[in-house]
Design a protein around this ligand. Structure first.
Ligand code: ZN
Ligand code: CU
Length: 497
């Protein structure tokens, strides 16, 4: 009998950080059935001849909620070797939507009023399952979407009855397949929310062993205090914490990455804490006239009133319009920007930290997106690993595969071993390179040969195959923490892990 698919003579990088070895890989259905010498032939055979075979990469920080529905071939993802995405980050999710009219920024990053068409999380996840897409999807429900659905005015703290209404929406989302809750207290519509509002929602998440991912309040001046807030919130809710796109995002905190990482490490000794990072010195989000000061340069990534300005420098536009950059930013809003505000030294330190997972934070609907959308994973494997030798290849792959699979509880994913799901990325370590730049951002990587999700080829010969084997993945229920009282110093949560 033939195997469905056999990969011949691959350099197997199994995702655990172990030394690579050369072997054949046999796949039947959606699983890897043998790694070693494979005697039987396959219906289909791929000769890797020295190319690396690793688990498919897991992009733990995306805003692909809508992309997965409208562009199911997922080219920006599969072209990087990604086979699993976590959606709904930064408090921003496509559902539930219970408000009238245009969405509030930053929900606008996902689209306009017509795009938010899922009043319940189950209507969204059902659509995702029905349509299918090339990669596996791990959806978070966004706190900002909940606020916008329940509060008449997002500029204030939620009342007890509104918190109860949000709890019910969290219950509905978790029952419908959300893996946890995300928040973006950095952003205006969620900034008025304190721990007293978010922790009760997290306690609902904890009932279903979910996770909490957060874009912390302030990645600049208030970085340390914001980390404390996130940790306190997660502990009170009794859920594992994922700190989104960890960075030192203002000249005032440049050089602080060592201290930040030490703080997280200390915390991780007694509590499940993780973080993700992308390999660039510039961030990208909605245009915020009040937050321009921390950036040395701002580029417009999209603008609803002035679409032609996408890709241009904000300072340049302000000069043309004879106004301040702040004024220009408000005239360009709603819109998005790319902010140069990190220092390479910090980026590298965070990137190479053993706890650091990789999350692109790509914004797929921007007119002129940040290159991280197409370039994150190959940039690490090519530029940072091969060219700069910042860390070993097996370590970088571990941070893209087994580490996030463990943190997000994705069973039989993120490792290449017999019995695991056949999510596989075949790439040439000598050729892999990002080609997406700040000038030309939508450009597929070089050196990714074949990408397989659940046993089906989703990327080959430099293009997506259009297959849709991706599934909505659930979190393995292994880490149920008991909710903890405020600012308790007891650490018995560790025993529950
Ligand atoms: Zn964010
Ligand atoms: Cu984000």
């Amino acid at each position: 009998m033939l195997h469905d698919l056999v990969i011949r003579e691959a350099l197997v990088i199994d995702g655990t950080g172990a030394e690579p070895f050369v072997a054949d890989i046999a796949i039947d259905g959606d699983r890897v059935v043998r790694i070693g010498a494979v005697a039987r032939s396959g219906h289909r055979e791929i000769v890797a001849s020295g190319a690396a075979a690793s688990p498919g990469f897991i992009d733990v920080h995306t805003h692909d909620d809508r992309l997965a529905l409208i562009a199911p071939a997922m080219e920006p993802k599969v072209s990087q070797g990604i086979t699993t995405i976590v959606t709904g980050n930064c408090g921003i999710s496509l559902s539930p939507r219970r408000w009238n009219g245009e969405p509030l920024a930053p929900l606008t990053l996902l689209g306009g009023e017509r795009d938010f068409r899922y009043p319940t999380f189950s209507s969204y996840s059902a659509e995702l399952r029905d349509r299918g897409c090339a990669v596996n999807v791990v959806p978070l429900v966004g706190h900002t979407a909940l606020r916008a659905s329940v509060l008449d005015d997002c500029g204030r703290h939620a009342r007890p009855d509104e918190i109860r209404a949000m709890e019910a929406l969290v219950d509905e989302a978790m029952a419908a397949g959300a893996i946890g809750l995300s928040s973006g207290v950095y952003y205006p519509p969620a900034a008025a929310a304190s721990t007293d509002e978010i922790a009760p929602l997290l306690r609902r998440v904890a009932l279903r062993s979910g996770i909490y991912a957060t874009h912390i309040r302030d990645e600049g001046d208030g970085l340390m205090a914001s980390l404390d807030e996130a940790l306190d919130c997660a502990r009170q809710g009794g859920v594992p914490l994922q700190i989104s796109h960890l960075k030192c995002a203002s000249p005032k905190v440049w050089g602080l990455s060592g201290k930040v990482l030490a703080r997280i490490e200390r915390e991780a000794a007694t509590y499940p804490v993780g973080f993700d990072v992308y390999p660039y010195e510039a961030s990208s989000t909605m245009l915020r006239p009040d937050r321009l000061a921390d950036a040395t340069r701002v580029m417009v990534s999209w603008s609803q009133p002035h679409p032609d300005k996408a890709g241009q420098d904000l300072a340049e536009i302000a000069r043309c319009w004879c106004c301040s950059p702040e004024e220009a930013a408000s005239r360009l809003s709603p819109g998005g920007g790319i902010y140069y505000k990190m220092q390479e030294r910090d980026v590298r330190r965070i990137l190479t930290h053993p706890m650091g997972m990789i999350g692109s934070d790509g914004l797929p609907h921007d007119t002129h997106p940040h290159p991280r959308l197409w370039g994150t994973f190959p940039r690490i494997l090519g530029h940072y690993v091969r060219d700069l030798r910042l860390m070993p290849l097996v370590e970088a792959v571990r941070k893209m595969t087994s580490l996030p699979a463990a943190a997000f509880g994705l069973m039989d994913r993120g490792v290449l071993r017999e019995g695991a799901f056949a999510d596989i990325s075949l790439f040439d370590p000598l050729k892999i390179a990002d080609t997406a730049t700040f000038e030309v951002p939508a450009s597929p990587a070089r050196g990714i040969d074949t990408v397989i999700a659940n046993g089906e080829v989703v990327w080959a010969l430099g293009r997506p195959t259009g297959r849709r084997p991706g599934r909505v993945l659930a979190r393995a229920a292994s880490r149920n923490l008991s909710p903890r009282p405020r600012r308790s110093s007891a650490v018995n949560a560790a025993t529950a892990l």
